[in-house]
Each structure stands twice: as C-alpha cells, then as structure tokens.
Design a protein around this ligand. Sequence first.
Ligand SMILES: [Zn+2]
Length: 96
Amino acid sequence: MAINLFGFVLSRYELNATETNHEYIHSLQQRELLWIFFYLFYGLEWLAKLFLYRSPQKAYLNLSFEREAYAHQSDLLYHESRRWYSWLSYLYKPNN
Ligand SMILES: [Zn+2]
C-alpha cells in the first residue's frame, strides 16, 4: 500500500520495481493533469464508480487511473511508449 502525493510516494515498506512503476505511472498522470485536476478527477470518478459498483474496493480498482497503472505496472518501459492521457481509454471499460 502506497500513496503518491504530487509525485512523492509514501509507503511503510520499500516498493519493488513493479510497485514503483505503478506509482510512476500515477506521477505521469498527475503531471499531465497539473496535479490538482488529477486529484479532483480521481475523487469524482471514485464517487461515480462507488455509486455504480456499490463497493469501495471495486470502485478503486475500476478507476481509469488505477486500471492504466495496474495494466502496465509490470512493463518497466511503459513510460517510453505511453501516450499522454492514456488513462482516458480506461474510463468506460468495466474491469471487475
Ligand atoms: Zn494506483
């Protein structure tokens, strides 16, 4: 469990490469949304998905930002081929 605040990752343990990459993807998402809009959209999408899925965990796992990060966290070179706003393609694809 880690949290990425404005590009600074807080965690109780040392993250492995996959987890670090997951957080790096969030840093890229944050940067392209000028940080504040990332958190604004993250919160609004979470509320919408909570309403849709009726489960905080399912809402979290179906956030577009999380779905992109989980889908590519094992690809340590993803940042090289990633297009800006790639998370948008995960908005409407149901996951769980
Ligand atoms: Zn995440």
